[in-house]
Design a binder for this molecule. Structure first.
Ligand SMILES: *Cc1c(COP(=O)(O)O)cnc(C)c1O
Length: 361
């Protein structure tokens, strides 16, 4: 059996080269006579792995020295709590609601303080990004929060909100490393790695040093304190060691591919193949306004739930898997993260053309 094209939104496709390397090193990593899963997180070998991963990520994203890079656990969802617990000094934060993940983060923040939903695209099923050029930012806001790429709805901020001097906190789970970004524009970035970087179980946090302090909300668990993890270089307790090792391999893979500029060009090329087809199709239709389309997650529909189901089923039989849309949106969604080869997108579009021919009444 060969590998299929996996369009899952997450956990998602990883580069084949990385999986092969990991397989080769499974029983004996680098002459240590054991797999990375079996070694102490305090060993020289693992120290090498985590330091190299951080170095490569810093290089790829051009992360300035006044930002800490943390490899944590608990997924992106745990950051929904960690962010307010660490950053809400005034107990006020402004949230922009562009989908389910932003909404969940907002609802979590409401537990800890006054979270304000200052903009939303709920009125049109989150099919666009609201104008964020002049938002009613709260005087007292400790930060402004966005979900930069909306995995479920397939929208992406093309310009960052004007936060009027407040730190920007951004969930980059489904777009980290898909293109270059200017880290200095953010106070805190976090990303669960299982969309675009590695196996579930690792969350990357990139945080400006002045936002790290002892002064967290009173009931903050030790494990949710950024200061603890920063002071201990992500080794306060046993980290998700194997996951970090795979992330490190993906960072190297991206470097070999030419870095984030090259990733961006490749991702744009892939997305264009799919969007161009959708724009002229008489059967399929993209669900997002053109200006705000994601390069990573592409939702589309036929407008007929039965036909959508038929498409998903036949696509699977043709080796194109996990195209069913999110349960809250219906239709289809093709997630075409960094590791999805151009051939995968071409195969999808070829299949869609054939399906359109056969099913257009
Ligand atoms: C998948 C996803 C999450 C949730 O990630 P978990 O690691 O499962 O908690 C949060 N935000 C975005 C943008 C996502 O795509």
């Amino acid at each position: 059996m060969g590998r299929i094209y996996n369009f899952s939104a997450g956990p998602a496709v990883l580069p084949e080269e990385v999986l092969k390397e990991a397989a080769e090193e499974m029983l004996d990593y680098n002459g240590y006579g054991m797999s990375v899963m079996e070694m102490s997180h305090r060993s020289k070998a693992f120290e090498g792995i985590i330091n190299e991963a951080e170095k490569d990520l810093r290089e790829l994203m051009n992360i300035p020295d006044n930002y800490k890079v943390l490899f944590l656990q608990g997924g992106a969802s745990q950051q929904f709590a960690a962010v307010p617990m660490n950053l809400m000094k005034n107990k006020v934060a402004d949230y922009i609601i562009t989908g389910q993940w932003a909404k969940k983060a907002y609802q979590e923040a409401l537990i800890y303080g006054k979270a304000n939903a200052i903009a939303s695209s709920a009125d049109k099923t989150f099919s666009y990004i609201p104008d964020c050029s002049d938002l009613p930012i709260s005087e007292e806001a400790d930060y402004v929060y966005i979900c930069e790429n909306n995995t479920i709805y397939g929208t992406k901020y093309k310009t960052l909100p004007n936060t009027k001097g407040k730190p920007l906190v951004a969930d980059l789970s489904s777009c980290i490393l898909s293109e270059p970004i200017d880290v200095t524009k953010y106070g805190l970035i976090f990303a669960g790695v299982q969309k675009n970087v590695g196996p579930a179980g690792v969350v990357i946090v990139i945080i400006r040093e002045d936002l790290i302090s002892e002064d967290t909300l009173p009931a903050t668990p030790t494990m949710l304190k950024y200061k603890i993890h920063a002071d201990n270089k992500s080794l306060y307790n046993t980290p998700p060691a194997y996951g970090i090792y795979i992330c490190g391999k993906v960072f190297k893979w991206i470097k070999n591919m030419g870095g984030l500029e090259a990733m961006k060009a490749r991702n744009e090329k892939k997305a264009k193949i799919l969007y161009d087809y959708l724009d002229q199709s008489k059967l399929f239709k993209g669900t997002v306004v053109k200006e705000d389309r994601s390069l990573m997650n592409v939702p589309f529909v036929t407008g007929d739930a039965n036909l959508d189901a038929k498409f998903v089923k036949e696509a699977k039989a043709a080796g194109l898997e996990n195209l069913k849309g999110h349960r809250t949106v219906g239709g289809m969604r093709a997630s075409i993260y960094n590791a999805m080869p151009i051939e995968g997108v071409e195969a999808l579009v070829d299949f869609m053309k054939k399906f359109e021919e056969e099913n257009l009444s």
